[in-house]
Design a protein around this ligand. Structure first.
Ligand SMILES: [Zn+2]
Length: 204
């Protein structure tokens, strides 16, 4: 619990009696002054996937561990369309810790294998809509795992454009790749040390 009851009450008081439009505006203003953890806590109370993840709403569960949950989509692209998500509230991929991203995609692969074997799928689409313009409709980060069959009439298509200024475009992306996180460096360092010990067995 990051937010005190007092703080929640004071937020509710600030929103009292406002029109929907003014309420939304005021809420945005309050949220912009909060820490990431506080925003996550407020979102959790309203987000359908947080409610499913915490067991407050039932769903057709396919997988669950401490960090992630997978359920059947109730409006599937194909029967057996699975939605996988972190139990903690994250809006988009860029907010999620690397260890959890690894966990999510590792589980996505397991579910995909389950779909191939159990539903006799001929292929799967593993799909993330990252942001509203990319087609993300939920407030919570989701990975879709969709069973595919020949002639299932699902289209993931676009008209290919001509690549322009490839060098410049690649450089722009490279210059903005995030620096690796401290914990990552530490894990790698530890792995290197362990390799070193393997190389010199018996060395203290
Ligand atoms: Zn959520």
């Amino acid at each position: 619990m990051v937010l005190s009851e007092e703080k929640i009450k004071s937020i509710q008081k600030k929103l009292e009696g406002l029109s929907d439009e003014a309420k939304e505006k005021k809420l945005q203003e309050i949220l912009s002054g909060m820490t990431e953890d506080e925003v996550a806590e407020i979102s959790e109370g309203r987000c359908p996937f947080c409610l499913i993840g915490s067991g407050q709403t039932v769903a057709h569960k396919v997988f669950e561990n401490n960090d992630v949950m997978a359920i059947l989509d109730i409006n599937p692209a194909n029967n057996g369309h699975v939605i996988l998500f972190p139990k903690k509230h994250f809006g988009v991929l860029g907010q999620i810790d690397d260890f959890l991203i690894r966990e999510l995609f590792s589980v996505a692969n397991k579910i995909s294998i389950g779909i191939f074997e159990g539903l006799k799928a001929e292929g799967t689409n593993i799909f993330v809509a990252n942001g509203k313009v990319a087609g993300q409709n939920a407030p919570h980060f989701l990975i879709h795992i969709i069973p595919r069959y020949s002639d299932d009439k699902i289209l993931f298509q676009w008209d290919p454009k001509e690549l322009e200024e490839g060098d410049k475009i690649a450089r722009k992306i490279i210059e903005h790749l995030p620096k690796e996180k401290k914990e990552e460096k530490l894990t790698r360092k530890k792995a290197e040390i362990e390799d070193y010990d393997d190389f010199f067995p018996g060395k203290a």
